[in-house]
Write a new protein. Sequence first.
Length: 140
Amino acid sequence: MLCIENLNRGGKIYRKLEKIYCYFFYERAIKKDISVGISQIKISNIANILRQSPIMFKKNLFKPSFSINVMTLIIKKIFNEYNDCSDYFNGDIFSYIASNYNGNYEIIDVKIYSAVLRSLMKNKTLKYKKINYDEEFYVY
């Protein structure tokens, strides 16, 4: 997922502007629900997966470990939900991951993302198991 997100992320200038925007205009960034960090996850999705107010994780938004941990939780959640609708995606886990991580499967970006994922993972095996979401996830 990090490879895919870095394709559309832009150069160093965009990354710096993103940090500056969140530092000085964080309330506006929350309202606009922008995607942030190396994983490019929307602030609302981070809040939902962590079950925390965006104010609680503001200082961690641009830490790579935080972004990767949140992305991992989102992908685990997607895996947990996959069995319920794998028939709709003809058993294509990559299309399912891309559509849930990025939005509706009908948009072209998601089709490209799923093709890139499939290509990157061509010689690898995906393994996953159900996880318990009753555990709290905190980043200090």
